[in-house]
Design a protein around this ligand. Structure first.
Ligand SMILES: *Cc1c(COP(=O)(O)O)cnc(C)c1O
Length: 462
């Protein structure tokens, strides 16, 4: 049965269910599968014409061990994607000759994070119902992750969810997505502070072991292996609809924390014929610089119009490094120690291994705006700023192999930036238009650990 090991080599190996509930390993590393299951060309060919849900079952089944029976797992997948606004779940559109757009924004909060969060919500609830346990999820968000988690966990019986967001610093659509769901187990908390304050208080809660154990704290941020796994599926569904296993494809992925593109890497390791995975960054281009020079050196986040990619440290990159260093956990731990002191250098061998799979490019703010305008003009597609970063970078990598760029959010999630670039103000899909008038439920909280802990304890005791 599949076991999961830490990228730093000094934490116990876990089952799928344990890795899903644990998140970060106790040695500070990230969990990865001990071996990657292989999928043969015949098995890939058998996915042609199947529903998204059937492909999801075939791709993920080898990873989950005995946590669920086949029938249970199929039921959870069906529930996870039932609320999407498109039958294909992840439809593929054509932008230009040999350039395609994979629309990942038809879920309940209009960003690709719904693919993983909806499924992890169903899987956690089902696992907890079996064991009779309850957990408390606390998350910090600058926008997209919090709303995706709230939509995924609202109304579930064995989970309480507390989402901290910086008061006054998220868009109105993002705030309303967090404050209008009216389930009793959902707690939207507007903290008096910045996103960094919210994240710091979250870390404090995880580091207070008495509190952590007392409320059974769990995390759902993007380093959770179960989230990566759910994202592997749409690489398969897209490649198969363009001719896999008989024809290769490449992908360009708007990248921040490296979770989404790492899922593409897993698909490639499983045997999906992917030629290149192109990392597309905005002006916060640490990954592009790292791949170009071998030097991984954070130098401060500059806010952009694609805010979900404004990162300093790209957590999931550690998983790719682990493989590039021949799965040497000690070497990875040493790199991460160097990072604490400011930066690390990727060895020549590891860099060559990474470059065999990954390419990269950067897109400035003005190039992002130009791409939104140009793509509307050329192909009648209105892109969100994140997707525009992808489309821009992909254009440098077009060739004989079909290129698929991931569209990570719906333009209506970022109406101001899109309107400024294109002159068109994107409307919310009709199924969520009532969000702008629904009553909001939110608790204003101070930037204070003890007060937050008291609030969590009091709410979960109800
Ligand atoms: C989270 C997010 C990204 C970045 O994804 P990573 O997995 O962190 O690389 C890109 N675009 C949008 C819209 C997002 O919400």
């Amino acid at each position: 049965m599949m076991r999961y090991i830490s990228t730093r080599g000094a934490a116990p190996s876990l089952t799928f269910g344990e890795a899903m509930m644990t998140g970060l390993a106790r040695d500070g590393g990230l969990y990865v599968p001990e071996t990657i299951p292989h999928i043969s060309p015949d098995q890939i060919a058998a996915l042609v014409g199947q529903s998204y849900e059937d492909i999801a079952f075939a791709v993920m089944r080898p990873y989950i061990g005995d946590l669920f029976t086949d029938a249970e797992f199929k039921g959870l997948i069906a529930k996870a994607y039932a609320g999407f606004g498109h039958m294909a779940r992840a439809p593929l559109k054509q932008l230009a000759p040999n350039h395609f757009l994979l629309e990942l924004f038809h879920g309940p909060t209009l960003a690709f994070k719904d693919f993983a969060m909806q499924l992890i919500g169903q899987m956690m609830q089902a696992a907890l119902a079996k064991s009779g346990e309850r957990i408390t999820i606390v998350g910090a968000t600058s926008g997209d992750t919090g709303s995706a988690a709230i939509e995924a966990f609202k109304g579930l019986a064995n989970v309480d969810v507390f989402i901290l967001f910086p008061h006054g610093r998220v868009s109105e659509v993002q705030r309303r997505q967090m404050t209008t769901p009216d389930a009793a187990n959902i707690h939207a908390l507007a903290i008096d502070g910045t996103f960094d304050d919210a994240q710091a208080r979250l870390k404090d809660m995880f580091n207070d072991f008495a509190f952590r154990d007392g409320v059974r704290l769990a995390g759902v941020n993007s380093i959770n292996w179960a989230r990566v796994l759910a994202q592997v599926v749409y690489y398969f569904s897209a490649a198969v609809s363009l001719g896999a296993p008989h024809r290769k494809v490449s992908f360009t992925v708007p990248t921040g924390n490296f979770g989404d593109i790492f899922a593409g890497y897993i698909a490639r390791q499983m045997g999906l014929p992917i030629e290149k995975l192109v990392i597309a960054t905005n002006q916060n281009d640490i990954l592009h610089r790292a791949l170009s020079t071998g030097d991984y050196r954070p130098d401060g986040v500059v806010p952009s119009i694609s805010p979900s990619m404004d990162i300093q440290v790209s957590s999931n990159f550690e998983r790719a490094l682990f493989d590039a260093y021949g799965r040497d956990g000690k070497a990875i731990a040493a790199l991460m120690d160097d990072l604490k002191a400011g930066a690390f250098h990727i060895s020549q061998g590891a860099l060559e291994t990474l470059r065999a799979t990954f390419a990269s490019g950067r897109c400035s703010e003005s190039e992002t705006q130009d791409t939104i305008r140009q793509t509307l003009n050329d192909s009648a597609e209105l892109l969100c700023p994140h997707s525009a970063v992808g489309v821009y970078v992909a254009q440098d990598h077009l060739g004989a192999t079909p290129m698929i760029t991931l569209a990570t959010a719906h333009p209506a999630k970022f109406p101001d930036a899109v309107e400024q670039a294109s002159g068109l103000r994107p409307a919310l899909p009709p199924r969520m238009a009532d969000m702008m008038t629904k009553p909001e439920r939110v608790t204003r909280v101070p930037n204070d650990l003890a007060a937050l802990q008291a609030l969590v304890r009091e709410r979960i005791a109800r």
